[in-house]
Design a protein around this ligand. Structure first.
Ligand SMILES: [Fe+2]
Ligand SMILES: [Fe+2]
Length: 276
């Protein structure tokens, strides 16, 4: 039975949460996904995640959430990271870092592939990244070796700045995992496609958040900072919220049959953006 998966890019602040909430029903109607994933590292005011916001995203119908370099920006998430099995931090952090780097999700009853499993891993890149991390190539090799057949197909998220590092990891994993998807830059790339040995790939999913901004923050504040080098609050922007991500279909061999980029603008005349 093929699996149909939606993976959304970094959800940024309230505009990101709202566009995900508003557009997910349309995504479900159009793609009938078995599992829906999202990166939530920027969901709490643009940086980190709280237990309440984790619950909110799950209540919207997201099955699994990943985090990146902002994983620990909100300390109150630490206990949740250790308790729940559908929220992961980068796998290549120190062994004693709170949380887990791998999750195996099961498609819920009522979905076409109900009962089927999918394993998700997120890795931090090391080039121009603000958080120290172990070699993502060695870490994913070790993790893949340790998986049992009931882990199902594997999706690897590479949370990194440098395009070359992301592409290199994808080519390294081609044929061994169903998909490699990039996050962290908040700018979607136009290279969604299938690699030669059957792994789906995109360098960056783009963010779910306000596009009238500098990668989600108010442009005036960023420009102020860049033209003065003085501390400036980087408030989350508000306008032009969009949802960005991909739809991936995985075949029975655990390879990708297709990948399609998704970009949906919020309908600002409808809830939760407008009361009616
Ligand atoms: Fe991010
Ligand atoms: Fe990030």
């Amino acid at each position: 039975m093929p699996m149909r998966i939606i993976m959304l890019g970094d959800v940024v602040g309230q505009p990101g949460r709202r566009v995900v909430h508003q557009q997910l029903p349309h995504i479900r109607d159009r793609y009938t996904p078995d599992l829906i994933l999202a990166n939530a590292e920027n969901i709490a005011g643009g940086s980190g995640i709280t237990p309440q916001l984790y619950q909110k995203m799950i209540s919207y119908g997201i099955d699994g959430l990943t985090l990146g370099d902002h994983v620990y920006k909100r300390k109150e998430i630490t206990a949740t990271l250790d308790q729940v099995d559908n929220l992961i931090r980068p796998a290549n952090l120190p062994a004693k870092a709170a949380g887990k780097g791998v999750m195996t999700l099961t498609a819920r009853p009522g979905r076409a592939a109900a009962g089927a499993t999918l394993t998700v891993v997120t890795l931090l890149g090391r080039t121009y990244m603000p958080m120290a991390a172990d070699d993502p190539f060695a870490v994913i090799d070790r993790l893949l070796e340790g998986l049992t057949p009931d882990a199902g197909p594997v999706i690897v998220e590479i949370h990194a700045e440098a395009t070359g590092e992301k592409i290199a990891l994808a080519r390294y994993l081609d044929g061994r995992v169903a998909a490699v998807v990039g996050t962290h830059t908040h700018i979607a790339t136009a290279d969604a496609g299938l690699l030669p040995r059957g792994t789906a790939y995109i360098t960056d999913l783009g963010m779910c958040g306000p596009y009238d901004s500098v990668i989600g923050r108010r442009a005036d504040r960023i420009i102020q900072h860049m033209t003065t080098s003085m501390p400036t609050p980087f408030d989350v922007a508000e306008d032009d919220p969009r949802l960005c991500g991909v739809f991936i279909e995985v075949n029975d061999a655990g390879h990708a049959a297709q990948i399609e980029r998704i970009e949906l603008k919020a309908d600002l005349d409808q809830p939760p953006f407008a009361d009616n």
